[in-house]
Design a protein around this ligand. Structure first.
Ligand code: FMN
Length: 196
């Protein structure tokens, strides 16, 4: 089901607060990229905060757009935060670069000139609901996302505080998560070892 109206953005799973989505973008040379990104919504106002130096930043600066993919796959958060995913995990939909396994996707545009600031406003263009799956809140998946944030900070800042956080999270994921969450934590630990 396609959505074109900002009034209906909740159909795409985007609510007030920070929506942790996977942004898909393309470089000027056509290289695909995916990375977790917080899409901030306050009513009708949508914005993102981009750290200078990431591929996502460069691609949005060059192209003036990104696709927000909603996913509950913990592995996707880990792989896209710390590593690259293969080209066959992407698919073009309605002319836009999206993730094959997305639950919904939404195209946002922003004026590249606004990217001089850290918090550019972004404009909703269109989106599509691909899968509707209810799930109970699970501490495991939420904590894997939290661990992926700590891991990107660890990679950037190399502070042991983040390793301690990841270690604490690991114990709860083992208790509350399913096999996919546990597998994602294994992968996260494997990937951060490369940066030690
Ligand atoms: C849950 C989560 C949310 C994130 N949110 C943001 C964000 O809002 N802005 C940002 O610049 N980076 C954010 N990051 C960090 C980037 O995803 C990370 O730096 C990534 O490696 C960038 O990859 P890229 O160079 O392929 O764009 C987030 C990471 C995670 C795990």
């Amino acid at each position: 089901m396609m959505i074109y109206d900002l009034e209906e953005i909740e159909e795409l799973g985007i609510f007030d607060g920070i929506n942790e989505i996977i942004a898909t973008t393309e470089s000027e040379l056509g290289v695909f990229n995916a990375a977790p990104l917080g899409l901030i919504r306050k009513g009708d106002l949508l914005s993102v905060r981009l750290f200078v130096g990431s591929h996502t930043y460069d691609n949005i600066l060059a192209g003036g757009k990104f696709v927000a993919n909603v996913s509950h796959d913990p592995m996707l958060f880990v792989e896209t935060a710390l590593n690259d995913i293969s080209d066959d995990e992407f698919v073009m939909r309605e002319g836009e670069l999206t993730l094959k396994d997305a639950e919904t996707w939404a195209l946002f545009k922003c004026e590249p000139k606004n990217l001089d600031i850290a918090l550019p406003d972004v404009e909703f263009v269109k989106g599509e609901v691909l899968r509707r799956k209810f799930r109970a809140v699970n501490r495991g998946i939420n904590l894997v996302v939290e661990a992926a944030v700590a891991a990107t900070r660890y990679v950037a800042l190399k502070s042991d505080i983040y390793l301690e956080e990841i270690f604490k999270i690991r114990r709860i994921v083992n208790r509350c998560g399913g096999p996919r969450e546990i597998e994602a934590m294994d992968r996260l630990e494997e990937l951060i070892e490369q940066f030690e």
